[in-house]
Design a protein around this ligand. Sequence first.
Ligand code: F0G
Length: 461
Amino acid sequence: MSNKKKRSWAEPYKIKMVEPVKMTTREERQQAIDEAGYNTFLLRSEDVYIDLLTDSGTSAMSDRQWAGMMLGDEAYAGSRNFYHLEDAVRKYYGYKHIVPTHQGRAAEHIISQLMINEGDFIPGNMYFTTTKLHQELAGGTFVDVIIDEAHDPENEHPFKADIDLNKLEDLIKEKGADKIPYVSIATTVNMAGGQPISLGNLKEVRKLTQKYDIPIVHDMTRVAENAYLIQQREPGYENKSIQEIVLEICSLTDAATMSSKKDALVNIGGFLAVNDDELFDKARNMVVIYEGLHTYGGMAGRDMEALAIGISESVDYDHIRARVGQVIYLGEKLVEMGVPVVKPIGSHGVFLDAKKILPHLSQDQLPAQSLAAALYLDSGVRAMERGVVSAGRNPETGEHNYPKLELVRLTIPRRVYTQAHMDVVAESVEAVYQNAKEIKGLKFVYEPEYLRFFQSRFEVL
Ligand code: F0G
């Protein structure tokens, strides 16, 4: 046995500005969740103690990024900050052209409208809510071709975002390559639990799609996190830098949509990146209709500057190791406590297995929604449902989609909380798990047409 003492690690930054958070009583939380219709999206942030709703737009910017904000060139056209952003995208991601957008779904809107025709099919590694909706609104049908392991929360496959090449080729043969405008690849896959795709698999997907002349569109929202997990897990990449791995991933794809509110450490922003000149012309023309001129696309100059700097910080090894390390710290604590979670632990959050935690509730009784509400009631920790409510309805039959995964996501903002916050969260989850039998199901009392998880309201059964 080695007598080397285990050494602790800590966040690779020190804190120079603090934002107080409010502690609440159980009675106050009961009132708040009643008023919010048992939907954590409808809570006021002031009533939340530790906010793990999302890692989107919730990061703390660095002192360098805040300094960059002061250098905003707020010109309508040709802002200096746009060119800095364009340089950063070319240097760190390798794409030729960018069209800035106010956030990721705006880029998804543009690419979907430009590439998808009525009756097309878009295969992808599982789905993301907004990505799939924009594909459907453009007349397409999303087809999940992820490996089966991704739908099993217990399966410890290291690359659960990999594509099943047989499923993909069968679909191409069945529908015909001309009905498939592109393959949609996400790094990492959010709905699978923050799971990465391997470079080995992506290279195979590239080979197969090139045979049929089908391009790949990359949802690169969390590409640096995916690159870190490749470095840690995929043979042959242990000595490559995060920057090199990110570039290699992007080089195997033709276009990308980015929600900069995640990996890239800013509170707002996104872009569409493309290599094809003709597609770029069309996208640049379309962005002026929906977002703004092609050199700002809905972002202020200062926001583009913060983003350019954030991109460079996102591929820093110390940063990404601590970011993913904090998520894994929380996940391993919950595993030790015996709480059922999706394995392996993902890169942006820990996903609680609501089906296992609440076996007395059927999927129609909305177990993940109920569990998220119970967690808020216990401690003021806010999480998000990722189950039947998020999956929405089948647009043709109007029935609920019943995903195999019924999860509650504890999503960790970047550089915001400390390890002590993670301890408090773990203890609250443990307490809720121990009293899980008491948790009742929910029913819809209001349901909007699109992306219903954001605004639906519920009542206790
Ligand atoms: N793609 C992925 C994988 C995402 O996680 C998100 C957003 C988007 C696209 C859309 O980007 O929000 O900038 O329009 N995910 C957030 C979340 C909302 O909480 O997971 P956006």
